[in-house]
Design a protein around this ligand. Structure first.
Ligand code: ARG
Length: 264
């Protein structure tokens, strides 16, 4: 009950912040129809980029379209425990942090890594999952290491840390695209030679596209995932407490097994 009371207090603080944001004319982006300021009652808006299974993707079944994944399950567990309803919205990865800054979302979960430059524009939770980078290429192309892809056309997601990694590697022709699915298509069509994509995501896409393979690359920087919030958000501390609860109870491990198990 104590938690519920606290959630209400935080919610009214969020509402005040959100109301303030309306005055600043935040809804400049039509593609993101939602506005966190409209979160009446106990609802939080999660924004994601649902091109990233198993973190988040569209599950289309008999006419329904639902966003599902590891991130979504974590978000559901946390918001449920804190007593909020959850609304999930999908935008291109590159639009997530701007949307958060415009207060169109209460939080972002998108397998997003808290890089120093992002910390200037958003607050981040503790890390909840660690990943590695890989090079995805056509089977038999022998493009497996950073040395192999020198001089090649390499696809990355616009605004991602993989784009940053590619820029650090010498001599790549970088092709930045909005969606991971587009990168895979360009690769299959031979319009790009390789792509840099994180391991668990590469695993899924290469399993679905057997003409492709992935090879893990030695990494200099950690690529953990964390939840992003508008700077100064009142809910960050509660989310961290909830994350800790999920870790301590083993529930996070269960979700990791559910979404990242090899035979998925
Ligand atoms: N971990 C990388 C980053 O933070 C890529 C995340 C891409 N996420 C997505 N949902 N497409 O930049």
């Amino acid at each position: 009950m104590k938690t519920k009371f606290k959630a209400l207090t935080i919610l009214s603080m969020t509402a005040v912040l959100a109301l303030t944001a309306v005055g600043c004319g935040s809804a400049s982006d039509n593609s993101a129809s939602g506005d966190a300021s409209k979160t009446s009652g106990k609802k939080l808006v999660l924004m994601t980029s649902a091109d990233y299974p198993p973190y988040e993707s569209h599950k289309t079944d008999g006419g329904t379209d639902e966003i599902v994944g590891f991130d979504i399950d974590i978000a559901k567990a946390i918001t449920k425990d804190l007593g909020y309803d959850l609304e999930v919205k999908d935008v291109d990865f590159n639009g997530l942090l701007p949307a958060l800054q415009a207060k169109q979302a209460d939080f972002v979960m998108a397998g997003m890594t808290p890089k120093p430059e992002r910390l200037q524009n958003a607050d981040f939770s503790d890390i909840y999952y660690e990943a590695k980078e890989t090079i995805v290429s056509k089977k038999g192309s022998n493009l497996k290491t950073p040395a192999d892809i020198k001089g090649k056309k390499v696809g990355v997601q616009l605004g991602s840390i993989q784009e940053g990694e590619a820029k650090k590697m010498e001599g790549l022709q970088i092709v930045s695209l909005n969606k991971i699915g587009d990168i895979i298509q360009e690769l299959k069509a031979g319009r790009i030679d390789a792509a840099i994509i994180e391991d668990t995501v590469a695993k899924g896409y290469t399993a679905a596209n057997t003409d492709l393979e992935f090879n893990t690359i030695e990494q200099t920087e950690a690529a953990g995932s964390a939840i992003a919030f508008p700077k100064g958000s009142a809910i960050t501390a509660d989310f961290n407490k909830e994350l800790k609860k999920l870790k301590d109870s083993g529930e996070l491990d269960t979700l990791i097994k559910k979404w990242f198990d090899t035979n998925k």
